[in-house]
Each structure stands twice: as C-alpha cells, then as structure tokens.
Design a protein around this ligand. Structure first.
Ligand SMILES: Cc1cc2nc3c(=O)[nH]c(=O)nc-3n(C[C@H](O)[C@H](O)[C@H](O)COP(=O)(O)OP(=O)(O)OC[C@H]3O[C@@H](n4cnc5c(N)ncnc54)[C@H](O)[C@@H]3O)c2cc1C
Length: 497
C-alpha cells in the first residue's frame, strides 16, 4: 500500500486534542507509523494554556477524573504514567456557595461529604446523598463496560448481546426521566439538586433535559479528582511524549485542508500548503460536524452526520485572569450558584441567550491541597453560554461585557472580590468556533438531551472505510477521559480492521 514502509502501516491523525493524541500514542505503541498533524502551535486542543501577563493559565479542562484511562495506556506501553506526569488526588473535590450565604465542600471521602451535607441540610439529606451515590454507582457500573469502554453500541447490538437482560439494564440506567426529576427523589433541598444537577454541564447538557442516566457523573467525580502538577497541559505533553518515543511524528502549526480518498477509501490528507501525506488510514480528531459540513472536502462529507444548531451542547464564556482576590476562601475548584437554575438553562437552550445571573465556576490554579498563593493568582472563571459562535454577528460585544459585569457582581454578592485590574483574556462562543471549526462554539458535540442521544453519537468507524473519528464529539462522549477513550477505541477498531 502507498503509505506502508518496512511493513509498518502508515496513519495520519488529524488534530492533537486529547482524542487525537491518545489515538496517535496508542497506534504508535501498536507499531503503526504515525504522523500527527495539528493546526495550532500547541498540542492539547481544548486543553490549552494561555499567557496572561507573566502567568500560564489553563483555559480549558481543569477537573481530571478516571485517571485509569491514562494509566492503562502507559501500562500497555510498558511504562508508568507517574514517570511522566505527577497527579495529585484532591481531598476537597469542590467548594460550593449559594446566594443565601451557605457553603458546602464535597470530599473524596464520601463519609465526610455526608457529614458536611448533614450540617448544611440535615440528616435526611445526608441519607439521601448516600442513597444517591449508590444509585449513581449502579448506573456507572451498568454502562461502564458495555457502553463507555466499548465500541458504540446500537439498540440492535444491545438487544443481541444482552437479550432478555436488556430490559432490566435499561431500567437500571434510568434513562426515561430527567436528571432533575430523579434528583428530586433523593434531595428535598433545592441546593443539593442544583449541586448534583450541575454535573449535566460536564457533558454540555441541561439537568432539566438530560436523562437521569447522567447522574453517573456524580459517581465518577466522587471516585477521584486529580490535579496535574505544573498544569493539566502536562498530560497532553505526556501523551505526545509516548507517541514520539514510539516513532510518531508531530507536525504542529499545519492544518489539514482535505482528507483524500482512493476508490472510496481514506488514503491520506492534503495540508493547507498543498503538501500531500499518503496513509493507509486517517483518524480525524476535530469536531465531527467539520466533516459533515465539508470542511475536510466533499469526499468525506458523508462520513458522519452533523449536529443541527438546536441540538448542540453548551458553549462557555471564560476569563483567564492573573489577579488578587479577597473575601472568599477559594479552594482549587469552586462553584458559585445562581439563584434560578431552571431560568439559567431556559435562557441558554431555549432563548440562546447568556444567563441573567449565571452559575460561575472558578478554578483557582494556585490553590489545592496545602497550596496558598501569595499575591496575584491564576484563575479560570467560566459561565455556561449558548453555542451561537457561528451566528451572524455572534453575541454582541455589549452583551458579553454586560455578562461579565453581572458575573463579577454575583461573585461579589457571594463574597469573592476579583481585583481584576491586571490583564484578562476572554474566550466566548465565537472564539471557540474559530478554534474548533463547525462546532458553533459547542464544547461537547451534540447535547445528550434524550435517552437515545448517546446511541446516536458517531462511533469510531465512519461511513468512509479507512477514516476513523475520535474526540469529544464521538462516542463515548465529551470530557478528557472520554475523549481519550474514544482515541483508544479508534486505535482498537483500526487495528482490528
Ligand atoms: C473551557 C472548557 C472547560 C472544560 N472543562 C473540562 C473539565 O474540567 N474536565 C473534563 O474532563 N473536560 C472538560 N472540558 C471538555 C474537554 O476539554 C474536551 O471534551 C476534550 O478536551 C476534547 O478533546 P478532543 O479530543 O475532542 O479534541 P479537541 O480539544 O476538540 O481538539 C481538536 C484538535 O484538532 C485540531 N484540528 C481540528 N481540525 C483540524 C485540521 N483540519 N487540521 C489540523 N488540526 C485540526 C484542533 O486545532 C484541535 O487542536 C472542557 C472544555 C472547555 C473548552
């Protein structure tokens, strides 16, 4: 074959997000000759760092769960992840604050969480938490093997492999009611419903529309959150290093203009400067909609179905700041809830507007176990936003500024003052669309707002033989470990094919 050298097959991986990096590393370890092509100057995709004054600030993912996904990949290569990147488990998973002045920390130790919940809302709610956690664990255990860590199933394949067991399995994953409805069965206290409902946003969804199955995220987070020493981007660096130690080649700052086909089969790529890279297979790690919209050429536009604007997941409005803070004892992960959660999601998903008083996530990157900054600190401030980055005119500048003012006022009302006189870098839906074309700024692909949505996500294999899809818009879904799993599934499918 054209790309085969020394009997080793050649693969081009397009996009060095976590899915692309993982697929590239996995394939290199399996003995493929890998070329990883990334348009931007850095690897990591959404896991990017921004320079704000003298500081490097994580501008994308900050909550790292399911480290075993990465441990397994390095172990398969005969290495240990710990040799390349230091991960520290957090005792305090997140600090939460509400407009009524109350606060709650969730801990890695579920008993401490239950105790904190009892102090906040009484013993009945603490009991509700214990029941909720065991329910969330049940959902996770049901879907983990057959769904999350396996190739994307179809309703038919589920029936085939599980037969009569499919019906009780469907009942166990609680897919017919919304997360919010299910949470009402465990918690009378609205604050707790809000806290656990917020996990819907980890996959870009509304807790009022997402199936209760997504309550499994609470179990995943309770199973451990890790802080990456030196910055989460070091994880992307570790994956890149693994690929390079196995002969993979990175071509950064070079975009792929077209995926080439030969007799209907993916046969390489054409770079934006016209250079052709031939290959036996191509793995695409950008947004799946970029294929469907023809951004990679007409030959692969039917490879997967695109996502209609109304089916998109959340975007975000973020600010990276290097600033002094006062008034609130920040931890590493902090959530400042808005007063009206239903209205927040109505604004975003029904009216495509920025919320009036948003729930605000603040990642204080110089804080964590035993860390206390002296002077200015590195912050990522994030509010959820509609994925309208490709709408004509975008979100008007005045609205973006007004949202920032409301966000700062809301934080102030809950006790946190940002003395943001220093530099800040703002990223909104339009910038996310620019960085990740065809997404509209949606950060998690299609929203999982129906029980069957996760079965409709594209899998690793596409309609074009030899072309594979990875990343947060593919199965099993968005988030760092999920995107990494998609990379592993694509490597597995490719090796099998
Ligand atoms: C602000 C923010 C906060 C988040 N918080 C969390 C969190 O706390 N925890 C968590 O687990 N997840 C979080 N996520 C989600 C998580 O970051 C993503 O799901 C995951 O990183 C997506 O990885 P990916 O493989 O889809 O690749 P992406 O990150 O989407 O990267 C795709 C890459 O492909 C490249 N590319 C695309 N097209 C081409 C082309 N034609 N030629 C060359 N290169 C191309 C792009 O330049 C990009 O680098 C967050 C995301 C954001 C943006």
């Amino acid at each position: 074959m054209a790309g085969t050298v020394n009997n080793r097959k050649q693969v081009v991986v397009v996009g060095a997000g976590i899915g692309g990096l993982t697929a590239a590393a996995d394939l290199a370890v399996r003995g493929w000759r890998v070329t990883l092509v990334e348009r931007h100057a850095q690897v990591g995709g959404k896991m990017r760092q921004l320079a704000v004054g003298p500081a490097q600030i994580a501008a994308g993912p900050t909550v790292l769960t399911l480290r075993d996904v990465f441990d397994d990949l390095f172990a398969q290569a005969g290495e240990s992840l710990d040799e390349h990147v230091q991960l520290q488990p957090l005792d305090v998973l997140a600090r939460h604050a509400w407009p009524d002045g109350s606060q709650l920390d969730l801990y890695a130790d579920a008993r401490r969480s239950a105790q904190a919940i009892a102090e906040l809302a009484g013993p009945a709610e603490a009991l509700g938490f214990e029941k909720f956690l065991s329910y969330a664990r049940g959902i996770w255990q049901t879907v983990e093997g057959p769904f999350v860590r396996g190739q994307r199933p179809t309703p038919l394949s589920i029936l085939r492999s599980h037969g009569l067991r499919a019906a009780p399995m469907l009942a166990r994953i609680d897919s017919r009611r919304s997360m919010w409805q299910a949470l009402g069965g465990f918690f009378a206290d609205r604050r707790l419903r809000q806290l656990f409902g917020r996990y819907a946003t980890y996959t870009g969804c509304s807790p009022f529309l997402a199936p209760a199955t997504l309550n499994l995220v609470a179990w995943v987070e309770a199973s451990g959150v890790w802080q990456v020493q030196g910055g989460i981007w070091n994880l992307a660096g570790a994956l890149l290093g693994l690929m390079q130690r196995h002969g993979g080649v990175l071509r950064c700052g070079q975009g792929v203009a077209r995926i080439l086909t030969d007799g209907g089969r993916a046969s390489g790529v054409e770079l934006e400067d016209g250079e052709i890279l031939r290959a036996d297979a191509v793995v695409f790690g950008g947004d799946a909609s970029a294929l469907a919209e023809g951004l990679l050429g007409p030959a692969v536009s039917r490879a997967v179905a695109g996502v209609e604007p109304e089916g998109r997941s959340l975007s975000a409005l973020t600010w990276c700041l290097h600033t002094q803070t006062s008034g609130f004892a920040l931890h590493h992960h902090n959530v400042f809830f808005g007063p009206d959660y239903p209205e927040e999601f109505e604004a975003i998903f029904r009216r495509s507007e920025l919320p009036e008083t948003p729930t605000v996530y603040v990642c204080a990157q110089d804080r964590g176990e035993g860390q206390q900054p002296q002077g200015p600190e590195r912050l990522l401030v994030l509010v959820n936003a509609p994925a309208v980055g490709d709408r004509r005119g975008g979100v008007p500048e005045a609205e973006l500024r007004a949202c920032q003012e409301r966000t700062w006022r809301h934080l102030e009302a809950l006790g946190l003052t940002l003395h943001a006189d220093g530099a800040a870098v703002r990223t909104g839906p339009a910038e996310f669309e620019g960085l990740f074309p065809a997404s509209g700024g949606a950060l998690y692909g299609a929203a999982n707002h129906s029980w069957s949505a996760s079965l409709q996500r594209p899998g690793a294999q596409t309609q074009v033989p030899g072309l594979y899809l990875v990343g947060g818009t593919a199965h099993p879904g968005a988030g760092v470990p999920m995107a990494a799993l998609s990379g592993r599934l694509a490597a597995q499918a490719l090796a099998g094919d």
